[in-house]
Design a protein around this ligand. Sequence first.
Ligand SMILES: *[C@@H]1O[C@H](CO)[C@@H](O)[C@H](O)[C@H]1NC(C)=O
Length: 371
Amino acid sequence: MERLTLFSLFLLLIPYLCFAEALSTVDPDDSDDLLIRQVVSDGEDHILNAENHFSLFKSKYGKTYATQEEHDYRFSVFKANLRRAKRHQLLDPSAVHGVTKFSDLTPAEFRRNFLGLKSRLKLPADAQKAPILPTNNLPDDFDWREKGAVTGVKNQGSCGSCWSFSTTGALEGAHFLATGELVSLSEQQLVDCDHECDPEERGACDEGCNGGLMNSAFEYTLKAGGLVREEDYPYTGRNGQCKFDKSKIAASVSNFSVISVDEDQVAANLVKNGPLAVGINAVYMQTYIGGVSCPYLCGKHLDHGVLLVGYGASAYAAIRFKEKPYWIIKNSWGESWGENGYYHLCRGPHAHNLCGVDSMVSTVAAVHINK
Ligand SMILES: *[C@@H]1O[C@H](CO)[C@@H](O)[C@H](O)[C@H]1NC(C)=O
């Protein structure tokens, strides 16, 4: 009975959503509130069985709160996130949305502590435009993990340093292509030492846990001579003093370039040059559990830096929804998030640069180092 009601409500929603898609620059979390408010009524807490979910959440993620006030506040945030997950489920039916380790955080806390991409689109001086590649004969499925070019999933912790993980991931892949060796590289070097600024925008600089941009980080890495290994400069997840030792450089940038906003060019560059640093709108990621994320409505405002490592021709999606081609995206929130640390985002002719995934894509080439 409940299913039926939800289903008919969902059908009612579709025309609104298609209309709303034209407003793609609007933050979907503001706009879907408007759209869904009518669907999610106050009787909801009962249906969601919020207290039970909250207990499970606290034990699963070892959450404790210092005071009763804090506990009650977090429970109210948790309930809001349950409703939000339900909205996301309606808007993104081919993925699974629900309780995640971020379920006691407000969207603002989540943005501040677990994202960190500064959304400016100007390019550093040394960035160039990637040449247009042929796109015929691209494989149907492609995954750099199978070729040994991708390190294990890392965890940025509570620090807006996503941009540094996207940067190391791209250079790790490029270094693998140049040398045949997979070396995990230091994010903390970027967090502590990279203060590269956009010459045209005052105050738009890479700032450790307060955010940054992959292209600026490639520029820093080019100027600094390279990045050291993860174990030579381990991650702390806090801003600190720069302790970069030039003699320990393990991988260096030869050049980096920006790929045109075109899904086929993104795929061709991925296959030819290795994993790519991409910016994305992370609004659905706070509640994402798995499946192919293919929301009807997703902002193109970029707030998260991630690593594109491959794509698949199709994945099983819920009944009524056709099999969907998708990007394989490495995230930096540990393996316990999403698909073993990965996000599957829909691609293909109907996806139209979904969540801005084609908007800010860069490729880096590494110098071959003889040791
Ligand atoms: C970038 O560097 C790579 C490796 O050194 C080189 O093969 C390639 O031609 C360079 N690309 C550009 C656009 O300079």
